[in-house]
Design a protein around this ligand. Structure first.
Ligand code: GLP
Length: 222
């Protein structure tokens, strides 16, 4: 919030997911109470499912409901990777370029998957640095089932996601986690080896990371 006051043309990276809902609610309430001006802010969401159809894509729908409908950020300043583009690799390049042309991310807010994923950078022998087509783990599809009427088989198997290098280029990183199911990932992220098998551990390479945890998520740190 203070960042928007200090730099009205802030470039922000944002996640979907259950974790940021309360943060977005607080941002909306404070923006309203303090007449905070988001008209020059630009937003780039971390990821979006690859879907077909005419309705709003799932994470766009989520973001409009929980944040964008409540602040005065112009629609033209809101960016998502387009999971319906005819040429998905070209779309990934376009998204990276759009972030660069905006001057790079000043700040990115992150959640974390129980398996340590960030955005949709899933654990693996290798990670993509840049925006890429991601194949989702079963657990990640289960975690997103709410957006698809609770039916995990309706959750797409693929998404477009910023890469870890895209995220690590942000000047400031904020990560939020709630619940005991995130405790093991938080411990590995903070105290484990830097490994592509735990994508969140790569955040150890960044000089300015703030982690916000509830007590159950922080339980394994002591
Ligand atoms: C999702 C998103 C991530 C999010 C994470 C945690 O699948 N792709 O950006 O941070 O998983 O989600 P939640 O906050 O619902 O636990």
């Amino acid at each position: 919030m203070r960042a928007v006051v200090e730099k009205p043309d802030l470039v922000v990276g944002l996640p979907a997911g259950r974790t940021p809902i309360k943060i977005y609610r607080a941002v909306a309430a404070l923006s309203d109470a303090r007449h905070l001006d988001w008209s020059r802010v630009r937003t780039f969401n971390l990821d979006e499912f690859i879907t077909s159809g005419d309705e709003l894509p799932p994470y766009q729908r989520f973001m409009h409901e929980h944040l964008f409908a409540h602040i005065n950020v112009p629609a033209a300043h809101i960016h998502f990777p387009n999971g319906r583009a005819a040429d998905l690799p070209a779309e990934c390049d376009r998204y990276e370029r759009a972030i660069d042309e905006a001057g790079g991310l000043d700040v990115v807010l992150l959640g974390i998957g129980a398996n340590g994923h960030i955005g949709f950078n899933e654990p693996g022998q290798a990670l993509s640095g840049r925006t890429h087509i991601a194949t989702l783990e079963r657990d990640s599809r289960v975690a997103n089932a709410d957006l698809f009427g609770g039916e995990v088989d309706r959750v797409p198997a693929h998404a477009l996601s910023m890469g870890m290098a895209t995220i690590l280029r942000a000047r400031k990183i904020l990560l939020a986690a709630i619940g005991h199911e995130k405790a093991a990932a938080i411990r590995s992220m903070r105290k484990g080896a830097v490994s592509t098998l735990m994508p969140a551990s790569l955040l150890q390479l960044h000089p300015d990371v703030t982690v916000m945890l509830d007590p159950p998520a922080a339980a394994s740190l002591h």
